[in-house]
Design a protein around this ligand. Structure first.
Ligand code: IMP
Length: 429
């Protein structure tokens, strides 16, 4: 029962979409276990280029069943639009299923996301304003609406009425904005329920059945470990766990079932929104990385903050996820640079530290300690085997393996599926 968890190891946007799209060809089930339409996964394949937000990247596989599990969160209209778009481009969506336990983003979540960001002022998190934080907060506060609720006409009204009354009180009395009308919200969401009904299942049972049949399952993460609300740069984090542990609670999967934890690392670092990023480059090199790597958000179009590879954060990510191998993505973006830097330690209050600090105040004071390594002057786009890479690129990958703390199984040298080096095979042949 091989289960591979594909986990963002940095601040998201590591290139998980391409890796999942590629691995999905070989597996029978792909399960998206966290996040919502704050995520944007770019996939380029025979159907064209897609910026997916909710539908698992495995949807393009000819045989994989795709599941949006309980740990994810959906905005029904966004999901329905995405399904329509994919179908209109010839992709079969009949193997897509949504857990009846998945929470739903409501119109007030979007409002609160924006209003709360305004209140934070200069300390804004820089959220995607998709309602993610407020919706997960409601899940924990036991005020959430789940996909299963949308299929129960009477039940939904009964559940929504007191929740909306409470939300309207906050909207009108605290934020001084107009309340939402119960009948409008109810009618809109009941219609979504009707359209989503064919996709809704108890996906725990489906996952268990797949494991019983000894099928290969891929757990598809969204965002990245450094955005985890427990272990990331809190409070500059997202609101669901993008980590390997999140794959268990986010899908109803026992931890012992996961056989391989694949950490996805970009060959450099990027981050969107606020919060500390020790290796951020606010100079020409940062701009160069952004332009070479087209580092603009798939979801919000925001320019990503770019910097050198942060091995302190990477090692921490390996420890808390238990990565068995790593995928190093976007190596080609570094082609032609005269030299590269890897941050191997931080300088904090005159001391050298190797542990990733929990405190934001401390993180903001950390200075990177770099090791400089020579770059390579040729393109890596056509490399298909590790030996095809220029010597300095091989050295860079080997150094990353050492500092990350696990071997690289996959190296990505371009957007297309075939622009990939399989250094260690982790899939069935
Ligand atoms: P939220 O998830 O929209 O609440 O945003 C919280 C933080 O996570 C912000 O800094 C966002 O920029 C960041 N974030 C959320 N989703 C992604 C993603 O898919 N990639 C990168 N950053 C993300």
């Amino acid at each position: 029962m091989p289960v591979i968890a594909v986990i963002g190891a940095q601040w998201g946007d590591e290139g998980k979409g391409k890796i999942v799209d590629m691995l999905a060809e070989k597996v029978q089930m792909v399960v998206r276990f966290s996040g919502g339409d704050n995520a944007g996964h770019t996939v380029v394949n025979q159907y064209g280029e897609f910026g997916l937000h909710l539908v698992p990247s495995g949807i393009f596989s000819t045989q994989a069943t795709c599941v949006i599990a309980n740990g994810a969160i959906i905005k029904p209209d966004v999901l329905l639009k995405e399904i329509d778009l994919i179908r209109s481009r010839g992709v079969d969506t009949s193997r897509l299923f949504i857990s009846n336990r998945t929470h739903v983003i409501m119109p007030y979540h979007i409002l609160f996301d924006g209003l709360e960001e305004e209140v934070r002022g200069g300390k804004a998190i820089g959220t995607t304003r998709k309602g993610i934080g407020p919706a997960y907060a409601d899940k924990i506060a036991r005020m959430g609406i789940r996909v299963g609720d949308l299929l129960d006409k009477d039940g939904l009204l009964e559940r929504l009425r007191p929740v909306l009354e409470y939300k309207n009180n906050i909207l009108t009395k605290i934020f001084n904005v107009k309340p939402l009308a119960l009948d409008e919200v109810y009618n809109e969401y009941i219609k979504y329920g009707e359209r989503l009904a064919p996709y809704v299942r108890d996906t725990v049972t489906m996952l268990e059945a797949a494991l019983d049949r000894k099928e290969w399952v891929l757990m598809e993460g969204a965002q990245g470990t450094m955005l985890d609300p427990d272990f990331g740069t809190y409070p500059y984090t997202t609101s669901s766990s993008p980590m390997a542990g999140g794959a268990c609670t986010g899908a109803g999967l026992g931890p012992s079932r996961i056989t391989h934890v694949l950490g996805i690392f970009k060959a450099y670092c990027t981050r969107v929104g606020g919060g500390p990023m020790t290796t951020e480059l606010k100079d020409e090199m940062g701009n160069a990385l952004r332009e070479r790597g087209h580092e603009y958000g798939t979801t919000t179009g925001r320019a990503r903050r770019c910097g050198w590879f942060d091995a302190v954060a990477a090692r921490y990510s390996t420890i808390i996820n238990g990565f068995t191998t790593a995928a190093i993505t976007r190596l080609d973006v570094l082609d032609g640079l005269p030299s590269l830097k890897i941050c191997t330690a931080y300088r904090l209050n005159g001391k050298t530290i190797h542990e990733f600090p929990a405190s934001i105040a401390e993180l903001e004071k950390c200075q990177p300690i770099y090791e400089e390594v020579p770059g390579w002057q040729t393109s890596t786009n056509d490399a298909r085997h590790f030996e095809d890479l220029p010597e300095n690129a091989r050295r860079y990958v080997k150094r990353l393996e050492e500092v990350i703390g696990c071997p690289a199984s996959i190296i990505s040298v371009g957007m297309r599926r075939e622009q990939t080096i399989h250094k260690i095979n982790i899939l069935p042949q």
